[in-house]
Design a binder for this molecule. Structure first.
Ligand SMILES: [Zn+2]
Length: 272
């Protein structure tokens, strides 16, 4: 039997990012050359959302997802006096107008994302409530247009799962899941997917996730420029094959078997 050519997918990356400025097309071309059949480029707020759509128009293998990152979602209500993180607090914008814009372009995008909840950077109750309000509105958009959601769930994994179930969302990917293994299994049992980044090469937590989850719930991502296989190095979508190899090693399966099943999962969730 002839070996099948391997096909890879990245369901979550940020090619619109200061660390890729001016290199977006070269990075995309490298991904395609590395065997990536599809790369889903995710937006975070108004500016990156529009840039993602424009970039994806230039490459047939780049698919746009637009959303509102949870830290940006609560920009208008976070306590700016109390902000003590090593980066600037998010810029305030009209969140509801942006949700309306996402609704208006929904037929042109592959998914709603990045969106979700974040209790790592954001702790105050009013801001967390605003994140939930925004996520519920985005759930409604996703359902109205029958689009999957790509979710950020940092330190809010259980709340995100509960919210999705309450809202009747059935198509979603939990990206870079960092919660408890038991909860990850519940996410998978609920019919949602979990995408694993190339940092799995050196992360025991992600190796564990790769081992314990059913293969038919696993997707691959890079979260570029973050979560790369080499500590301190900029990550890019061309690293997906390394992630697949590490997932396969953790599971005791071959990379081609894993890549083929992940491709099937991608088709099931994104219908591409
Ligand atoms: Zn991300």
């Amino acid at each position: 039997m002839l070996p099948r050519s391997m096909s890879y997918v990245d369901v979550h990356c940020h090619l619109i990012h200061p660390r890729f400025t001016g290199e977006e097309d070269a990075v995309a071309a490298r991904a395609h050359a590395a065997g990536l059949e599809f790369v889903i480029v995710n937006g975070l707020e108004p500016r990156s959302n529009r840039d993602v759509v424009a970039l994806c128009r230039r490459h047939s293998y780049l698919l746009p997802a637009v959303g509102i990152y949870p830290v940006d979602a609560c920009a208008a209500v976070i306590d700016r006096e109390a902000w003590q993180h090593p980066f600037e607090p998010p810029t305030v914008f009209d969140v509801d107008a942006e949700i309306d814009w996402i609704d208006s372009v929904a037929s042109e995008i592959i998914a709603i994302g990045e969106c979700g909840l974040d209790a790592h950077w954001v702790k105050d109750a009013a801001a967390l409530a605003e994140q939930e309000r925004v996520l519920r509105r985005l759930c409604a958009v996703a359902k109205r247009h029958d689009k999957p959601m790509i979710l950020h769930t940092r330190k809010a994994e259980a709340r995100t799962l509960a919210l999705l179930l309450e809202e009747g969302v059935t198509r979603a990917d939990f990206h870079c899941y960092g919660g408890k293994l038991k909860l990850a299994k519940r996410v998978a049992e609920a019919g949602f997917y979990l995408s694993i980044p190339p940092v799995v090469e050196r992360s025991e937590a992600f190796q564990r996730l790769a081992q314990e989850l059913p293969l038919d719930r696993i997707l691959t991502e890079t979260d570029s420029p973050y979560m790369g296989p080499d500590s301190g190095e900029r990550n890019e979508p061309a690293n997906v094959p390394r992630g697949v190899a590490a997932i396969a090693a953790a599971r005791g399966e071959t990379p081609s078997f894993v890549a083929e099943q992940v491709r099937a999962n991608f088709r099931a969730l994104f219908r591409r």
